[in-house]
Structures are given as C-alpha cells and as structure tokens.
Write a protein that binds this ligand. Sequence first.
Ligand code: ADP
Ligand code: MG
Length: 361
Amino acid sequence: MRRDETLASVRLERLQKTFRGTRVLAGIDLTIEDGEFVTFVGPSGSGKSTLMNIMAGLEEPTHGRVWIDGTDVTNETPKNRGVAMVFQSYALYPHMTVRKNLAFPLEIAKMNAREIEARVVETANRLGIGALLERKPKELSGGQRQRVALGRALVRRPRLCLFDEPLSNLDAALRTQMRGELKKLHEDLKATFIYVTHDQAEAMTLSDRVVVLNAGVIEQVASPRDLYCNPKNLFVARFVGSPQINIATPETFGLCAPAEALSLAGQSVLAAVRPENVRALHHCPRPNAANAANAIEGRVYIVEPMGGETWVTIDMIGDVGTTRITARAEADFAARSGSRVWLDIDESRVLWFNAKTHERV
Ligand code: ADP
Ligand code: MG
C-alpha cells in the first residue's frame, strides 16, 4: 500500500491530560473521518494545542488512546504517525533558501529532482511565495515565513495535516486570502485536515465539522451551519457569530416565553437572538396592532456602518437595568447616539435557554 495515497481517519478515545495536577483535557471522544476538515475552536487555554500535540505524538496523554486508520498510535513517535504539522510558531532552516526549505522534505523522501522542482514551484505559487524562492528566511516578513512553513508541510501532500493556529501571524487581508487557499488545498489534496483556532470565523468558513472546546471539554460537535442555528448551550451560542448573539430575559425583548420552554426550564429562561434577526427601525413598526409587544423601544448607544449593512448597538432600559444589544440595519441607517429606535424581532428565530443550566430548551 502506498500510504501517501490513502486518506486518514483519526479516533480520539477518552483522552485526558493533566499537567502537574491540573486537568487540561477531560475525556475527549471523537472520530474524524477520512478527508474531513475538522476544526477545534475555543478560547485561549481551553486545551486545543495540548490535544493537537497529543495527536501529533509530541505529548503523551495521561489517559486514553489515539488511533490513526484503525491503528493505535498512542505510543508511536511523531515520525511514525505519517502526520504533517504546522505550528503557530514555526522554525524554518535559516541557512537554506525558501526553495531548499520546501524541497528538503521531498529530498528526504528520495523523490526525483524534476518532480521536486515541480512540486516546490506549484506549492510556492499557491501560497503566494513563488517570487521568494531564492531568499533566506531572514529576508522574509513574518507572514511570508509563515507561508513557507505551511508550504513545507503541504509540499509532501500528506494524508493527515494538523494545523495549530497557522494564520495567526498574518495581517487581516492575507489571513482571509490564505484561509481561502487552505480550503481549496484541502479540496485538491483530499487529505484529512485537523485545524485549531480561537477564531470562530476561521472555524465557520473552513470546516466540515467544528468542535467547540471549553476548559478541556467538548461543548458541541456540529457542522458550521448547525452550530450557528442550533447551539446546544449559551457558551456555544456566544462563541459563534459576529457580532455576538444577544442574550436577555424575554421581557427585555418584549417576548413571551413559550409555555413548553418555561415548564422544561423550571420557569426560568433566557432568550437569545442573533443581530441579523433584530431590525432597528426609526418608527414603531406596528403602532396600531393589538399585538405589538415585540416592537419595543430602545436608545441608540452607537451606530457602526459596515458598508453593506449597519450595526446598531442599542440600550434597552428595563426594570432590572439596562441591557445592551446589537441589531442589524440597512446600509444607510443613520441615527445619533441617544436617539430613540424600535426593534423588530423575528420571533421565529429566537432561541430559548434554561437560565440556570444555560442549556438549550
Ligand atoms: P490553547 O491551545 O487552547 O490555548 P493549551 O492546550 O496550550 O491551550 O493549554 C491548555 C492549558 O494547559 C493552559 O492552562 C496551559 O497553561 C496548560 N499547559 C499547557 N502546556 C503545559 C505544560 N507543558 N505544563 C503545564 N501546563 C501546561
Ligand atoms: Mg494553543
């Protein structure tokens, strides 16, 4: 079997990691299919890099096992796992040109010189570093070096790639561009990509499935769309989407909680609604309607024109204090801070959560 032409599945079985008495991973169970693009996303310190290092073989789990293609590799060295890894902090060979840095892994693999040259040029062009092949790492910017590091991992056309925040040193425009290139590379290579990021936008745009990690625990595994529309709990709801989902008591939004939600949650619920399901209006939308309860009034805190649309941050003044929420408005929406606005909430898109457990009801 030519291993480099097969894909790779990964199974994580009850993985735990403890550093000097502190539990960093608390029993991770997950199967990643051949050819999938799976992203682990979570706040800083949630255990993403630790998990990645355990998959790569750079770190040993305290308990549990790692399987690649049905083989238990828990005690295998990194070299024997057939895995390519790209780190946030990368080390290039400083005395070698970019060309040589990219060619080196292929030379080790004893590929013939013509094929090496073709692969190096193709990979470099894809990553936008084709004009830099004769330079040494010290003659490159941080972003250029990071792309060489990506290239060095991908030039081998690995069947399993692990990426730990590989775009974090790039500026915003380059980051978005490289994000797209990575997605395309995944489609072309048909390899299994496992990607770690704290950036929910990267997780959403790249992945077949997203794994949300919080303090060493998997909160939810789902497709980006499902994660966005059906978050299991408030942590996931808050973590995904920008601007953040609005969370408040039903009264704040002028909503009545559905009876079944109330009974399931022991009478205490929170409503959550994404900014695109809240419209900011200058006038009360249904002044004469008998049921205009959800057309409620607030005061503009700040207006942020984004070009194609406008985000409006609004203070809702209620009995228990002020709640600040974000609404989306038309591109030409203009209002001064402090002016009155009305909200029109799409009730069909409101999500209900148990106020005590923070689980979806
Ligand atoms: P993330 O990549 O999600 O930011 P990490 O996996 O790097 O998180 O770290 C998770 C937790 O484990 C952090 O609290 C970190 O301080 C701790 N940690 C990571 N590596 C070590 C180590 N070698 N020794 C002790 N604690 C560590
Ligand atoms: Mg990390």
